[in-house]
Design a protein around this ligand. Structure first.
Ligand code: NAG
Ligand code: NAG
Ligand code: NAG
Ligand code: NAG
Length: 296
């Protein structure tokens, strides 16, 4: 018991040290995370995301947007003086000074800071927007067909600003990741078909299962909630290669039916001329007989 509290204290001390470090680093960067920080969730492949700059100023001529993925000195100015610094088609500044990003990739996660200057003086406090990007791998679009009986592991990762650990996001922000089935129901650990593993080190939740024939076209979804509100999700759709599926069996019966028809047709095409030929021969013979009788 005492050991535990000692350890807790050590952990707490470490945390304080970490926090101190964080504060010093943040002030160096003058990127302060305050009460007005916002959290925006999206998933890779989404068409766009909107990052608000909640500082109440209407003039965006002095707006600066700074981007960080991690607390280091490699902060990137995306927008400065209301103009795009990074020449990318994906970014645009809206009339309310908010930043719009198109065609989200999994690399877009991080901290976006909106700053306003009036007469070269910083106005108010920085508005920090944490962009969290979810993505499932392998992605459905890149997958090949999988045969039934083989096992699959799907990972769902939430990438966030690396200055805060996943565990801290989960506890301080109430972020949750979980897999749901096609009916939207949590694939709980109690369902023995699925092995679910959560790695809070990297904010990855994996689901492993052995594929069945019935899983073809089945969709598994990874949902993210923030304070119990659904924020975003990404999916994986199973494509099963089917050498022995019900479809092939249906093809089998249809195939034998076709074969019977072909045999009948062949039989008909062979017998019909024979019958006609026989009829002609008979008719001729009869005709000859008639003429002979007439000659007599
Ligand atoms: C939060 O934003 C409001 C305006 O939206 C502002 O009045 C307030 O000072 C801000 N608070 C902090 C801690 O940044
Ligand atoms: C976004 O993606 C769509 C579809 O892939 C593409 O047509 C469009 O040009 C892209 N837009 C930008 C700004 O990259
Ligand atoms: C997961 O998300 C989907 C849509 O994104 C929703 O229909 C479903 O109800 C969600 N499930 C849970 C348990 O939140
Ligand atoms: C989903 O199930 C897991 C495991 O039982 C649980 O920890 C989690 O809270 C559930 N989430 C939701 C949104 O029901």
């Amino acid at each position: 018991m005492k050991k535990n509290t000692d350890r807790d204290k050590k952990v707490a001390d470490k945390c304080h040290l970490c926090l101190l470090g964080l504060i010093i680093l943040s002030s160096l960067l003058t990127v302060t995370s305050g009460v007005n920080d916002t959290h925006v969730f999206t998933s890779s492949g989404e068409s766009s995301v909107h990052l608000p700059c909640n500082n109440g100023l209407l003039d965006c001529k002095s707006t600066t947007w700074i981007y960080n993925r991690f607390i280091d000195l490699s902060a990137v100015e995306l927008i400065a003086g209301g103009m795009k610094k990074k020449d990318t088609e994906r970014l645009s500044l809206w009339s309310d000074c908010s930043l719009n990003i198109k065609n989200i990739t999994k690399e877009d996660y991080g901290l976006y800071t909106c700053r306003q200057y009036v007469n070269d003086k910083l106005q108010g406090t920085d508005a920090g927007v944490y962009l969290h990007v979810l993505h499932v791998s392998p992605s459905s679009s890149s997958q090949t067909e999988i045969s039934p009986g083989s096992s699959v592991t799907l990972s769902c990762q939430l990438d966030s600003y690396a200055g805060v650990s996943c565990e801290d996001w989960i506890h301080s922000e109430g972020i949750e990741l979980f897999w749901v089935n096609q009916a939207g129901v949590n694939l709980t650990i109690s369902d023995s078909r699925y092995q679910i593993l959560f790695s809070s080190g990297h904010c990855i939740i994996t689901v492993s299962t052995t594929l069945l024939n019935v899983d073809d076209n089945r969709e598994w979804r990874c949902n993210v909630t923030h304070r119990n509100q659904l924020k975003t999700s990404d999916t994986y759709t199973v494509k099963i290669s089917a050498p022995d599926s019900a479809e092939n069996k249906a093809n089998g019966t249809a195939g034998s039916l076709v074969r019977v028809i072909v045999i009948l047709a062949e039989f008909a095409s062979f017998t019909a001329p024979t019958v006609i030929l026989l009829q002609i021969i008979c008719a001729r013979r009869a005709g000859r007989k008639n003429s002979q009788q007439q000659r007599k």
